[in-house]
Ligand binder design. Structure first.
Ligand code: EPU
Length: 420
């Protein structure tokens, strides 16, 4: 069933909204339960397509999963005897590759096809495999399938050539049950790395240094059950902040972690947006005109690539010229070609975009090419005069829980309909 999203723009977003649990944490924590020798209960999971895909995958491995969306997920990994993820399941989400690290830790054997997920660049996994190899894992790729096997996982030093979120998480998963100590150098520092470490430690793992670029993991034979709530979604928080600014609204976002938002907050302030925060809430409002700013995506705590797309939508109507440099994923500017259909003035050269602010965007039919491109098109639609039709909105469902109803509660005119 094909759908499209319809947005009649120009309504200022006003009111209060609560952010959901973090997608990129959830997709690491759920596979991590396979490392446990007892059942675990996870709370604050976002009810999104990626989470539903992982439930199906864990069940296909034999785990017993009770999922009450919006409340909790209890996973009993003890009956899970499987170690193979089929092609279709592997393709359902990028994070299916975390089953490699989790199954290696659990039983020393994993077979997973190359993952799906957003097409935003080459996205190799050589560093994941290099990390596994350092732990004594033999890996083979054939016919699009990765087979990873270890007689015994042995802790070791892992030096990443590039800072990789996925590679760091995968090695942490395998190392949690390896014999001896693993030290990851040049590790990623994103909030979800820290959250995964906290979850592993709540099961009795010994992970130290998460949030810095050196992480030490002392492997444990037995991990016990745990109850854990994942952190709020940093990227959903940022998308809502940008949407509030884009519509010249006044929105309070509750249940977020303001420290995780510092790179975005700094840029919004530079643009002339008013941002204030308290313990777990951020208020965003716009009074005057927005100024153009330059964005260079970087690993945490730099400006996140996942917010570059919605942010660049906002910049299409800022006064002056903004330069976007996408340094993480080379093909993550395709959304700007779509927003150009709405009147944006954009030049794209390789992984750089030059945006000359225009006074107004106008509604047009546009198509999502990936998750955050979808978020960017929603921001553009909320800003535009007239009706924006967004095709392939299912990309957005992979990472945003109830985006329409959240935006509607703030006054947006947004709905979805089936396309004939
Ligand atoms: N890279 C390699 N070799 C590897 C792994 C990565 O060269 O083995 C390169 C990538 O090509 C890229 C850079 O290293 O240029 C960073 O990639 P990273 O591994 O950090 O990204 P990822 O794990 O594939 C996760 C998130 C992405 C987010 C990035 C960066 C998940 C499931 N995905 O991807 O989230 O953009 O980190 O923060 O956690 C999204 O939520 O929309 C999304 C794409």
């Amino acid at each position: 069933m094909k759908e499209r999203m319809l947005i009649t723009g120009s309504n200022p977003l006003e009111g209060e909204v609560r952010v959901s649990g973090g997608k990129n944490t959830a997709v690491a924590v759920i596979p991590a339960v396979l490392l446990s020798d007892e059942p675990c209960t996870i709370e604050n999971l976002p009810d999104i397509e990626d989470v539903r895909a992982l439930v199906d995958i864990l069940r296909s491995l034999g785990a017993k999963v009770t999922y009450v969306p919006g409340e909790f997920m209890t996973i009993d990994p003890r009956p899970a005897e499987g170690f193979q993820i089929g092609y279709r399941d592997s393709q359902r989400l990028r994070a299916s590759y975390y089953l490699l690290g989790a199954l290696l830790g659990r039983c020393g054997h994993a077979e997973v096809y190359f993952p799906g997920g957003c097409e935003i660049g080459a996205r190799p996994i050589d560093q994941h495999l290099k990390g596994f190899n350092a732990l004594g894992v033999e890996t083979e790729t054939h016919g699009g399938k990765i087979t990873a096997m270890a007689k015994e996982l042995t802790g070791s030093d892992v030096f990443f050539d590039v800072v990789t979120v996925g590679g760091t998480i995968n090695v942490m998963l395998a190392a949690a049950k390896a014999k001896g100590t693993t030290i990851i150098y040049n590790a990623a520092k994103e909030p979800h790395i820290v959250d995964l470490a906290n979850f592993l430690n709540s099961m009795g793992a010994k992970v130290k240094g998460a949030g810095t670029d050196v992480i030490r993991i002392r492997g444990q034979q037995y991990l016990h059950g745990a109850n854990y709530a994942v952190i709020p979604d940093q990227i959903e928080t940022g998308t809502l902040m940008i949407a509030a600014a884009a519509t010249r609204g006044d929105v309070v976002i509750h249940g977020c972690i303001p420290q995780h938002m510092e790179a975005l907050t700094a840029k919004l302030l530079e643009m002339g947006v008013k941002v204030s925060d308290s313990d777990d809430a951020i208020r965003v409002r716009t009074l005057g005109a927005h100024r153009a700013v330059n964005i260079k995506t970087q690993v945490y705590p730099g400006f996140p690539t996942d917010l570059q797309q919605p942010m660049s939508a906002l910049l299409t109507t800022a006064r002056g010229t903004s330069i976007i440099q996408e340094t993480i994923f080379e093909q993550r500017l395709k959304h700007l070609n779509e927003i150009a259909r709405m009147g944006a003035r954009v030049r794209i050269m390789d992984s750089m975009a030059i945006i000359e602010g225009v006074p107004q965007l106008y509604g047009a039919p546009v198509t999502c090419t990936d998750l955050r491109a979808g978020a960017a098109l929603v921001v553009a639609g909320l800003m535009a005069k007239g009706v924006t039709e967004i095709y392939q909105p299912e990309y957005i469902d992979r990472g945003y829980e109830q985006i329409e109803s959240k935006l509607r509660s703030l006054g947006a005119d947004i709905r979805r309909e089936v396309v004939e």
